[in-house]
Design a protein around this ligand. Structure first.
Ligand code: HEM
Length: 157
């Protein structure tokens, strides 16, 4: 179960990163002409927002299952919270990775809400772009790339 969940969580990272790229590419496109009397506006590639949100939600779900049910690292942190900050690998998984990824989930949500409430389509596009870039940077920084101290394989089979 532990290894299967790691496998799913690992592969979902690629789905998340593809959705990040899609979201950013479409947020860079000009919004195009909008009907002046429309209540809402059309944004290019809006579907990518949903894919990105779905991806980070699924990462959150599988991350929480690992965190509270399966991971040996977070088990140590929960049994002895004082040790979480002292032991580097426990600190990484129990605090840094989970905390930063939770922040990325919030920034994707912020992008959506700010774009929905924007006064014009151009402003909505700018907000999407800025917040998707922030989300992507946070995710890229918090991924356990193989060359890091707590690195993990790029692909699991
Ligand atoms: C965009 C969001 C996220 C990405 C891209 C991501 C990515 C990853 C990757 C690539 C791994 C290594 C998997 C492997 O060993 O093959 C991992 C492990 C892990 N992640 Fe995430 N993660 C995300 C969100 C979260 C969240 C929100 C949590 C906690 C609530 C979390 C908790 C964990 C835990 C506990 C591990 C496993 C540590 C162990 O080996 O026991 N992740 N994550």
């Amino acid at each position: 179960m532990y290894s299967n969940m790691l496998l799913i969580h690992n592969w979902l990272r690629w789905f998340t990163l593809i959705a990040c790229v899609g979201g950013i590419v479409y947020a860079m496109k000009p919004a195009g002409p909008q009907s002046p009397d429309a209540d809402t506006f059309e944004l290019p590639g809006k579907g990518w927002d949903s894919y990105l949100m779905l991806a980070v939600d699924l990462q959150m779900l599988t991350g929480l299952i690992l965190y509270f049910g399966l991971s040996d690292f977070t088990k140590v942190a929960m049994e002895n919270p004082g040790s979480a900050w002292q032991e580097p690998s426990v600190r990484y998984w129990a605090i840094l990775h989970a905390g930063a990824m939770f922040a990325s989930l919030l920034t994707v949500r912020v992008a959506r809400v700010l774009a929905l409430n924007a006064p014009t389509a151009d402003v909505a596009q700018r907000r999407r772009l800025v917040w998707f870039i922030i989300s992507t940077i946070v995710i890229l920084v918090a991924i356990p790339w193989p060359f890091l101290g707590n690195g993990r394989p790029l692909f699991r089979f």
